[in-house]
Design a protein around this ligand. Structure first.
Ligand SMILES: [Zn+2]
Ligand SMILES: [Zn+2]
Length: 234
């Protein structure tokens, strides 16, 4: 039920939930060795928690759309539930989430090189979990660095609350769109945070366009993680 979700950012008490709540950052054990979550487990938990979609963002590689279509079909998920793929790329300035570009970025690239590839391919780049560690920040001009991204991820199960607060304050101060994602690597992290899209998102192109347009808000699901109240699927 939408009212159980706690949105942050610029949203007011009168918000009408006609859009979609999508976890835009999560990993599976198939392609991210650091994850304990088989893809079907992650997908079902996300759906049963009440989210409207999931973008799987493996480290430095990307699921094929046909692979995800097969899983979605096997799990008998409704058509409207979005299941799509992005990537989380290693860079010299931290992890960068990319959407809408099926490119091989390699690893440990310079962050500017990654943003250039994303821009040239029409994708969107979101800085993952900033303020997690005070390292890998490219010197002075951190505000300008943050402004280089379509959005910054301020809500994440991989961010301490203090870092989330710093990210939210910074996004507001700099007027940078802010996103949320579980960064799930295990069941207790899945479906905990999400990005709210006020418009319908039918595919990764819609999602990419919405991020680039800044039509997003970060959100938290109070009953995510190990507290999922199943909505009766399967
Ligand atoms: Zn990361
Ligand atoms: Zn991640």
């Amino acid at each position: 039920m939408p009212g159980e979700a706690c949105l942050t950012g610029e949203t007011g008490a009168g918000l009408v939930f006609n859009g979609m709540k999508i976890d835009t950052h999560a990993h599976t054990s198939q392609f991210s060795p650091c994850s304990l979550l088989p893809a079907p487990d992650l997908i079902i938990q996300t759906y049963e928690a009440g989210l409207d979609g999931l973008v799987i963002t493996e480290h430095n590689c990307q699921w094929k759309g046909s692979q995800l279509d097969e899983i979605k079909s096997a799990l008998r998920l409704p058509e409207k539930f979005l299941l799509a793929a992005g990537q989380e790329i290693d860079s010299d300035a931290g992890h960068i989430l990319v959407y809408g570009c099926d490119c091989d970025f390699g690893v440990n690239r310079h962050w500017k090189d990654i943003l250039k590839i994303v821009e040239e391919s029409g994708g969107a780049a979101v800085l993952a979990h900033p303020f997690r560690w005070k390292c890998n920040v490219p010197g002075d001009g951190y505000d300008e660095f943050l402004r280089s991204f379509s959005a910054i991820e301020v809500r994440s199960a991989n961010l301490p609350y203090a870092a989330q607060a710093e990210g939210i304050d910074t996004a507001r101060r700099l007027k940078i769109p802010a996103a949320g994602g579980s960064d799930a690597h295990a069941h207790d992290m899945a479906a905990t945070y999400f990005t709210f899209f006020p418009d319908d998102v039918r595919n990764i192109n819609d999602l990419t366009a919405a991020i680039k347009a800044g039509r997003i808000r970060p959100g938290r699901l109070r009953h995510g993680g190990n507290n999922v109240k199943k909505r009766g699927h399967l």
